[in-house]
Every structure is written in structure tokens, then in C-alpha cells.
Design a binder for this molecule. Structure first.
Ligand code: FDA
Length: 307
């Protein structure tokens, strides 16, 4: 029952100030956030490449409040892509973006987010890689899917995320399982009401499997975002049944979570992509990681008390 409380706190400015200032926070944040700057994240990309892993990079940040912050978010991604190009890492790394960081929630936000994300998609394509649009809370998704569709007109490889906990997702998955699409399926990390989302873990897992089957049987490229060993085994089985080769879908996991499993799946010949978040505005991302596994909260609490 702690998960929803932590998720509610993830939207509180008071908690943000408290958590950010607490002694010991940095050490725990460092488990999930790869660094604060581009330069700190580059060795992590290189290390992942040495281990046969790929990455998707998230410059953390969301819920910005001014158009200037949205432009700064765009520029941070453009700087990242420039560094990837300099280092020849373009083919090992794709980008994950949250449209709220590009201004989606501001006045005229749909157009603003599209205008800010488009140059990022273009710059990524120019170095041989691509962008995936993360899924945020359910109120943002119609706009996210419309932006995704618009971007795909010029850059069909642009990916998006769908969340198994939402009732709407099975239909979204049917629409998106078409040739050329790239879709990441995840369980869902936000606090959603019972009117739009399954609340029971077992129901979410069952929906995940139904959606996975739709994606595997479809013609697109499924990206399986999960650390759940049962779902990973089911994905492998569904991939086999659908006649897919190992490079016709990929697994994705978060930096700092089940790292030994990243290596195991890559060693089995799977494509494994590590979602690697970095930057200074880590609060919302960090709180969602705490909510997913309340045992992390104990670790966090202990590190505060022992400082
Ligand atoms: P589950 O939560 O059941 O975890 C399975 C096991 O994994 C746990 O038993 C534990 O061992 C380990 N684990 C999981 N989370 C952990 C944590 N935080 N700390 C330590 N161990 C942990 N969500 C969203 O709403 N929009 C999005 O765009 C994305 N994007 C995204 C990308 C990628 C690559 C991944 C892997 C996940 C996301 N998510 C997301 C998050 C997703 O919705 C979900 O909250 C987490 O992946 C946790 O769910 P699992 O499927 O891992 O299962």
C-alpha cells in the first residue's frame, strides 16, 4: 500500500524539497540515475556497449512550468545527440523523451511539445538512431499518440510506450502493431484511478500478456520493458510461437535494476537495451522507482538515518 503514497508524494513540491535536501539521498539516487551530466553518462554508454548492451537515454525532467524550460530540455537532448555523434555512439544509443518536459502541459502545449520534440527526432535520425516517446499519466496520452503519429509521417521509426495497466491499451496495441512501428510495452508507473486502470497486480500482468501477444503476432517491433522474470519468459515463448527471430524484438530494463539479467539476456543472443536516465531533475523519476519496490524506501530511509 506504500506505492500509491509514494506516487502521490512524487507530485508534491514540499516532499521534493525535503527529499532533495536529505543527507544520504545522493547515494540512493545514484543507484537509478547514471549521472548529472552528459560527460558522466558517456562512460556508462561505452561500458554498456562493451558488454553487448544498447541504451536508451533519458535526460530526466518532467512537469516543467515555462516555455524556456521546455526549450532547455530540447537543447539538452540536442547536446546529448551531438556528443553521441562526436564519439560514434549513435548506433548504440537511442533517446527516450517525456513530452511534459517539452512543454505539453503548458498553454498551447500540444503544439509546443511537438515543435520541441521534432528537432530532437530529426537530429537523432541524422546520426542513425531514433526516439521513443515515454508514456506519462493517462490524461496526456491522446496528445502523445497524436504527436507520435505526426512524427512518424517523416520519421516512421519513432517509438512510443504503452502501459498495460490502462483499460485503453489493448485497443492502442492493436492499432500500433502495424508494420514499421516500434512499441515499448510496460506495466505503468503512475497513480491512476480505478475508472481508467487495473489496480490489481495480477490483472495488470494478465493484460500485459494479452498486449504482448498482440504485439508479437503483429508486424511491428515490440520492445518489452519489464524486469519481471515471468513476463520475460512469456515474451520469449510468444516470440518463438510468432516465428520471430531474436533480433525481431528486444528487451529493455532500467539502469540499476536487475543488472545481472541485462547481461544474461544479451548473452543468450537477445537485444537488450538499458534505459539510462541522467540529469539533475531526477525527483519524479526517482520517486517512481521507490514506489515500484517499497523495499527501496527502507534502503533510502536507512541511508538518511546513518548520515
Ligand atoms: P515488477 O514491478 O513486478 O517488478 C519485477 C521485479 O523487478 C521486482 O520483483 C524487482 O525484483 C524488480 N524491480 C522492479 N522495479 C524495481 C525497482 N524500482 N527497484 C528495484 N527492483 C525493481 N512506465 C511508464 O508508465 N511509462 C514509461 O514510459 C515507462 N518506461 C519504461 C521503460 C523501461 C525500459 C522500463 C523497464 C520500465 C518503464 N516504465 C515506464 C516503468 C514500468 O511501468 C514499471 O513501473 C516498472 O518497469 C516495474 O515493473 P516491472 O515490469 O519491472 O515488474
Amino acid at each position: 500500500m506504500l506505492g500509491p503514497v509514494i506516487l502521490a508524494a512524487s507530485r508534491s513540491d514540499k516532499m521534493r524539497r525535503f527529499v532533495s535536501a536529505a543527507p544520504g539521498t545522493k547515494q540512493v539516487v545514484g543507484r537509478f540515475i547514471a549521472g548529472e551530466t552528459v560527460e558522466q553518462v558517456i562512460p556508462i554508454i561505452e561500458d554498456a556497449a562493451d558488454k553487448g548492451l544498447e541504451v536508451t537515454l533519458d535526460v530526466v525532467g518532467e512537469d516543467i512550468t515555462t516555455p524556456e524550460q521546455a526549450a532547455a530540455a530540447r537543447d539538452a537532448y540536442l547536446e546529448l545527440i551531438g556528443r553521441l555523434e562526436d564519439l560514434g555512439l549513435g548506433t548504440r544509443a537511442e533517446m527516450s523523451v517525456k513530452l511534459s518536459m517539452f512543454g505539453q502541459a503548458l498553454e498551447g502545449g500540444h503544439e509546443l511539445a511537438l515543435a520541441n520534440v521534432r528537432p530532437v527526432v530529426e537530429a537523432a535520425a541524422a546520426i542513425g538512431t531514433t526516439v521513443t516517446l515515454d508514456a506519462e499519466d493517462h490524461t496526456t496520452l491522446d496528445s502523445m499518440f497524436a504527436i507520435h503519429e505526426e512524427l512518424r509521417r517523416s520519421h516512421p521509426q519513432t517509438g512510443c510506450v504503452i502501459q498495460a495497466y490502462l483499460f485503453r491499451t489493448e485497443e492502442d496495441a492493436r492499432r500500433l502493431a502495424a508494420a514499421g512501428s516500434r512499441v515499448r510495452i510496460v506495466k505503468g508507473a503512475y497513480k491512476e484511478p480505478a475508472s481508467v486502470a487495473y489496480q490489481d497486480k495480477a490483472e495488470i500482468d494478465k493484460a500485459y500478456v494479452r498486449i504482448l501477444r498482440t504485439l508479437m503476432d503483429g508486424e511491428g517491433y515490440p520492445m518489452i520493458g519489464s524486469h519481471d522474470p515471468r513476463l520475460i519468459a512469456i515474451a520469449q515463448e510468444l516470440g518463438r510461437k510468432a516465428g520471430r527471430k531474436l533480433d525481431e524484438y528486444e528487451f529493455q530494463m532500467l539502469y540499476g535494476i536487475r543488472s545481472e539479467e541485462h547481461i544474461r539476456l544479451a548473452a543468450e543472443g537477445h537485444r537488450m537495451r538499458v534505459y539510462t536516465a541522467y540529469g539533475t531533475d531526477w525527483y519524479g523519476y526517482f520517486m517512481r522507482r521507490l514506489a515500484e519496490k517499497p523495499a527501496n524506501l527502507l534502503f533510502f530511509g536507512r541511508s538518511i538515518l546513518t548520515k
